[in-house]
Design a protein around this ligand. Structure first.
Ligand SMILES: CC/C=C(/N=C/c1c(COP(=O)(O)O)cnc(C)c1O)C(=O)O
Length: 386
């Protein structure tokens, strides 16, 4: 369960049995024809795969290279989260579980898990920081409509980190009938591996689509990094392609010195959080620092262990984008190409806009559009005179 020096399973003894049961199910149920056919049917005929690869003529003209977007925003529920939620919910169902629990920050994973539970007729409980309940209220309404119970978490920074803590605590005393449907490529082993496996459909499809549509592999592949699931899903299938430059984009928050950010790879240090060793925002005593980002989905002081490893070995470059640049990219993509991106995905687009002069003229740049921006209109209204 390690990626170089990062990963592992640093959990209370009581959590080892359900994690070992999950690992066993990954080895016995997931390779089965029954599971693979059922998941493929859900991804194609329910979630809407394969997602389009959209060329951006206007931005390509302005930037001097061909810009391509992988449209995970067009999936059912509006983000890549459904890939992972369907895969884990189906696994839980085949393991005989009747209850799914999950954490959520932007609410997309919460909605995806509630959707999967509704489709597979399972109970669903979502843990969500109270601050996120307010700033992503449309997604909270969707979760409730879908039949999920939503628990607002008041302690700590009232965001994603606290929601994960509560979900793990709940799971300890509800192991028999419950699977924790972990929402990102972090957490104790086997979650980072399981989530990468389920999200790699993004990069596998995009790689084939680039060869078909561009006639070549992309020069650069870019994805935003919160816990790291859409990025590892997009980047993993390209890791062996040495000529392809891989970029993960962390959230820099307001960008003022000493401000709260969500850029543990760039500004953090190694530590243990939520059951794994990874790069973290922490003080010298190992106390986790509060994080900040305009986008709830990137507002997390940790990152998946495989990203910490890919940064350490230098295979992926991790950049930082602040709130203002993300808002600018949100507006630019909307106006230039008629696509309203999630604030999370806007960080990846912003990195391309801000670094255009470093990117190969006449080349091909692929960006993962992890979600759509409908959920963020209430937030951006304050900043853009809507
Ligand atoms: C698991 C908590 C993160 C959430 N969302 C994160 C997110 C992210 C960042 O999460 P990762 O892909 O796991 O890094 C990117 N794009 C969209 C549209 C997102 O909603 C959520 O609860 O919805």
């Amino acid at each position: 369960g390690y990626f170089g020096n990062f990963g592992g399973r640093f959990v209370p003894e009581a959590l080892r049995p359900p994690l070992m049961e999950l690992e066993e199910a990954m080895a016995t149920i997931m390779p089965s024809r029954e599971y693979r056919d059922a998941l493929q049917d859900l991804l194609v005929n329910y979630a809407g795969r394969e997602t389009p690869l959209t060329f951006c003529p206007h931005l390509s003209e302005k930037l001097g290279f061909r810009l391509w977007l992988k449209r995970e925003d067009l999936l059912h529920t509006g983000a890549h989260k459904i890939n992972n939620a369907l895969g884990q919910a189906l696994l839980a169902k085949m393991m005989g579980k009747t209850h799914l629990i999950a954490e959520t920050g932007a609410g997309q994973h919460g909605v995806a898990t509630a959707t999967a539970a509704a489709r597979l007729k399972m109970d669903c409980t979502i843990f969500m920081g109270a601050e996120d309940v307010e700033r992503q209220s449309m997604n909270v309404m969707r979760m409730k409509l879908l039949g999920a119970r939503v628990f607002p978490i008041e302690n700590g920074s009232r965001t994603l980190k606290d929601a994960i803590n509560e979900a793990l605590r709940y799971w300890i005393s509800h192991q028999e009938d419950t699977l924790y449907c972990f929402g990102t490529a972090a957490g104790p082993h086997p979650f980072p591996t399981l989530v990468r496996q389920l999200q790699s459909v993004i990069g596998t499809e995009a790689r084939a689509q680039m060869l078909e549509r561009a006639g070549r592999l992309p020069d650069v592949v870019v994805a935003c990094v919160g816990g790291g699931s859409n990025a590892i899903g997009m980047l993993h299938p390209f890791v062996e392609d040495e000529g392809v430059r891989l970029v993960g984009v962390e959230a820099g928050g307001t960008g003022e010195p000493g401000c709260y950010n969500s850029a543990p790879i760039n500004l953090g240090s190694p530590g243990v959080l939520h059951g794994h060793v990874t790069m973290l925002l922490q003080d010298q005593d190992g106390q986790i620092q509060p994080s900040h980002s305009i986008s709830a989905g990137l507002d997390y002081p940790g990152v998946g262990p495989e990203h910490s490893h890919l940064a350490e070995i230098g295979r992926v470059h991790y950049g930082v984008i602040c709130d203002a640049s993300a808002l600018n990219a949100f507006q630019t993509l909307t106006q230039e190409e008629g696509i309203i991106p999630a604030l999370e995905s806007s960080h990846a687009v912003a990195w391309v806009l801000d670094h255009a002069d470093e990117l190969p003229a006449g080349g091909d740049v692929l960006v993962n559009l992890s979600g759509r921006g409908d959920k963020d209109l209430g937030i951006v209204k304050k900043y853009l005179n809507l």
